[in-house]
Ligand binder design. Structure first.
Ligand SMILES: [Zn+2]
Length: 133
């Protein structure tokens, strides 16, 4: 199982995380293929909490993003967000979110570290990230 993402897309998420004083967040749209998650599009959604330690996607923008991706035949395959001053691993709060949104969770930090995770039962499993040109 791998998360296949374009280098530029990953860099964009990291760059936004580095520049932001609050957690950034959004969707990874794409498709599933042979057990892999292939990211076709990264879409930022405003963090309505404006918080450096938590995020919640702004609901109207969230629905719009999903609708627009759906029109292009893309589904939500992942959610991404950033951590500030803490490692890019799921927090307790993220764990709750992972139960609600059982997709791949990509987490980056403001230093350029990153990781991807899925919830399997009650266990967090790391997903290999494959960067492509
Ligand atoms: Zn988090």
């Amino acid at each position: 199982m791998g998360l296949i993402i374009r280098q530029d897309d990953l860099k964009t998420v990291i760059k936004m995380a580095e520049r932001s004083t609050v957690e950034v967040c959004g969707f990874l749209f794409g498709r599933r293929e042979g057990g892999n998650f292939i990211v076709e599009e990264v879409r930022f959604v405003p963090n309505r909490l404006n918080s450096p330690t938590a995020f919640e996607m702004e609901p109207v923008e969230m629905v719009r993003a999903i609708d627009e991706a759906g029109e292009r035949g893309l589904e939500v395959i992942g959610i991404f967000h950033s951590h500030l001053k803490c490692p890019p691993r799921p927090s307790g709060r993220d764990l709750k979110g992972m139960r609600l949104w059982p997709v791949v969770w990509l987490i980056v930090d403001e230093k350029g570290n990153y990781g991807a995770y899925v919830l399997e039962g009650n266990k967090i499993r790391e997903v290999r990230i494959v960067e492509k040109e």
